[in-house]
Design a protein around this ligand. Structure first.
Ligand SMILES: [Zn+2]
Length: 210
């Protein structure tokens, strides 16, 4: 049982229009997380959001790589990169937080992926694995010990954020019903295996009180 207190933060990852059905990079059943995230938000004193936030010419967009299609991989300067449909372009409606998301007490929005040449799945470290977003320092300064994660997508941005939360020295807990996955080519099973190995706990909604 998790009873959220002053040392707990609910980290709501990328619950944005483009990741919901009808959006540019829709996560299957992604809209189902909205009521779950809202319900979780009412149980936490402290909530932080992330927002995927790309320039129009972002290196992760398949449209920037002639002859390549979404979900192909390419090598960028920092390593292998999955290519995506254009999504969450900064300042466009697709990058907005999801309609119906009701987290008025959220204290911080971390935007990530705004550098043209670097993707960022994680809320903590960009995909070059060296550029910090600043979230770890913010949480430490706030005295946070445990990060409880929800949002989209389990096998990319939520999973990478959970792993990086552990690497930064925080407890990490993923609330299963408040996440949905893209799950292409076994990506969800791989993400769960990595999270298990890193000590990320997975719980159901009813394990998070009060
Ligand atoms: Zn993105």
């Amino acid at each position: 049982m998790i009873t959220p207190g002053e040392a707990d933060i609910l980290l709501v990852v990328d619950v944005q229009r483009d990741f919901l059905p009808g959006g540019a990079l829709a996560v299957p059943d992604g809209d189902a997380v909205v009521p779950a995230v809202n319900a979780l938000g009412r149980r936490f004193a402290h909530v932080v959001l992330t927002q995927d936030w790309h320039p129009p010419d972002h290196a992760s967009f398949a449209s920037r790589h002639p002859g390549r299609a979404p979900f192909d991989t390419v090598r960028l300067a920092y390593g292998e990169q999955v290519l995506w449909p254009d999504h969450c372009v900064m300042g466009t409606p697709g990058a907005d937080l999801a309609d119906g998301l009701d987290l008025p007490g959220a204290e911080l929005v971390i935007r990530k992926g705004f550098r043209p040449g670097i993707d960022s799945y994680s809320a903590f470290l960009e995909a070059d694995r060296t550029t910090p977003t600043g979230l770890a320092g913010y949480l430490r300064e706030r005295g946070v010990a445990r990060v409880v994660l929800c949002g989209l997508a389990t096998d990319y941005c939520v999973g990478w954020s959970a792993l990086d939360a552990r690497a930064a020295g925080f407890e990490a807990v993923l609330v299963e019903e408040a996440c949905r996955a893209i799950d292409q080519g076994g990506s969800l099973a791989r993400a769960y295996a990595a999270m298990d190995a890193a000590g990320v706990r997975r719980v159901r909604m009813d394990a998070v009180g009060p």
